[in-house]
Design a protein around this ligand. Structure first.
Ligand code: GDP
Ligand code: GDP
Length: 466
């Protein structure tokens, strides 16, 4: 697996210039539907021997009205959430501006890895700005000239170790419990108010991906949702040309649907089948907020289905499992029981995710699928108040005290929710390194049950207090 790099910063600092340099001609527009603002561009980037996905937050240049800051913020947040690493660019000639500071703030809160670049760094006019960049509190800036191709070696040296880290992480397939989350201290901890799904708008549609093995019925399902034949379906694999996204309204909910059609094209390469399909699935999964894993009722839970579902969980997406072609099942009750049993056994990491039976062909079950998607989205955005959490933690500790390695009991002092999308919790404790995974799992399962959070990954980090 490779990583995704988002290039962010205020307009005109040189983001697109760098993007074009990294991506060359192999560029893909994220929004390839005519008439839609092309606010995020994505491309396969190359730097030395590194291969990664680059995201450019272009399109802000058009925004000249008051809404600029809001749009910029949303766009940046979206890019940051999609990316593993953010390259935050400032214009070294202009120095640090107030808008840059707004960005720095967003990044400090939201992104695990930030690389700071002071662009337009050629010549002495940039000297002062490069020094000023340190004041953003994001570490040492790289002096870049995107236009002249200078400083790319330094960029490479900063990306290398992080890329290695991601490769390693990708290899550890199993344990998803302990993933680092950033403590978002200013966030509001309230679990009241409008549901996130009620706030989905035209401007910010719900992003879903439909993933699954070739012939599961993805295209048929998307056609049914979109209500017109925009995708071609057929019995043979490989009809649709590229990975695409479509804007639609599904039962009044504005949605953008990412399809992994590329998966099918490559599915013909038999020996590399699984590897390729996973990396293609990754693309759609990365852009999605909710991932619908579509299974074929006749051959559910194949190796490939499991890998895709696992991938969606590891990427931290909300997951809904839909079992398709239910119209041709005879022994429905019996089958459903067997499906649920396989699900629990084969995908324990998706514990509690909804399993919906549908027929993409007839449209049966699609209402329930729609509702399950919205529910999963709400859970994924769920925020539990700190007070509530700590009351809960006290009860959990009493019921089942933490272990005492070498006679010293690990103390869990305090707990807070650091992140949403997916929910991420941090527990402050003594000796976080000695905490057994089984105890973390006890807490995660407890959170899931007691706060009703099915269908979303839950991250839990143990952190020592310095
Ligand atoms: P974006 O809005 O951040 O994507 O910025 P662009 O990539 O469109 O660049 C804005 C302007 O800055 C363009 O006129 C570029 O040619 C110029 N530019 C980009 N990189 C450099 C650089 O390294 N040095 C100089 N002098 N100009 C640059
Ligand atoms: P994709 O490769 O996942 O996009 O699958 P397609 O949408 O191309 O569907 C593969 C085959 O399954 C086609 O022949 C569809 O007509 C058929 N199919 C899709 N959904 C259903 C369904 O709900 N019921 C039945 N009986 N067949 C379906």
């Amino acid at each position: 697996m490779s990583f995704t790099l988002a290039i962010v910063g205020r307009p005109n600092v040189g983001k697109s210039t760098l993007f074009n340099r990294l991506v060359g001609k192999k560029l893909a527009l994220v929004d390839d539907q005519p008439g839609v603002t092309r606010d995020l561009r994505e491309g396969e980037a190359k730097l030395g021997d590194l291969r990664f996905t680059a995201i450019d937050t272009a399109g802000l240049e058009d925004a000249t009205d008051d809404s600029l800051e809001g749009r910029m913020r949303r766009l940046t947040e979206r890019a940051v959430d999609m990316a593993d690493i953010c390259l935050f660019m400032i214009d070294a000639r202009a120095g640090v501006t107030p808008v840059d500071m707004v960005f720095a703030e967003i990044l400090r809160k939201r992104s695990a890895h930030v690389i700071l670049a002071a662009n337009k760094g050629e010549g002495s006019a940039a000297d002062a700005g490069v020094i000023e960049a340190y004041s953003l509190g994001l570490g040492e800036p790289i002096r870049l000239s995107a236009e002249h191709g200078e400083g790319l070696n330094d960029l490479y040296s900063q990306l290398m170790p992080i890329a290695d880290e991601f490769d390693k992480k990708a290899e550890e397939l199993s344990d998803t419990v302990e993933i680092d989350v950033d403590l978002d201290e200013d966030a509001e901890y309230d679990d009241e108010g409008a549901l996130p799904s009620e706030l989905i708008t035209e401007a910010k549609p719900l992003q879903i991906a439909v993933v699954g093995r070739p012939n599961a019925g993805k295209s048929t399902l998307i056609n049914k949702i979109v209500g017109e034949d925009r995708l071609l379906t057929g019995p043979e694999a490989g009809i649709t040309r590229d990975a695409i996204s479509l804007r639609t309204e599904w039962g009044d909910t504005p949605m953008r649907i990412f399809d992994t059609a590329g998966m099918r094209k490559k599915a013909k390469v038999q020996d590399k089948l699984e590897k390729l399909s996973v990396s293609d699935g990754l693309r759609a999964v990365k852009f999605a907020e909710v991932v619908v894993v579509l299974l074929d009722a006749a051959i559910p839970f194949e190796q490939q289905d499991l890998r895709i579902a696992d991938l969606a969980e590891r990427e931290g997406r909300a997951v809904v499992v839909a079992v398709n072609k239910w119209d041709i099942e005879d022994e429905k009750q019996e089958k459903l029981r067997a499906l649920k049993e396989s699900f629990t056994r084969l995908l324990p990491q998706l514990r509690g995710a909804p399993l919906i039976t549908v027929s993409a062909k007839t449209g049966r079950g699609l209402d329930r699928l729609h509702d399950a998607i919205l529910r999963a989205y709400d859970t994924w955005n769920r925020r539990v108040s700190t007070a509530h959490l700590n009351r809960w933690l006290a009860g959990m500790l009493e019921q089942h005290p933490p272990p005492a390695p070498q006679g010293k009991r690990i103390k869990l002092r305090y707990m807070t929710q650091a992140k949403t999308r997916p929910p991420g919790f941090v527990v402050m404790c003594s000796h976080p390194d000695k905490m057994p995974d089984s105890y973390s799992r006890y807490l995660v399962n407890g959170l899931r049950e007691d706060f009703d959070m099915p269908g979303t990954p839950i991250r839990l980090t143990m952190r020592g207090q310095g």
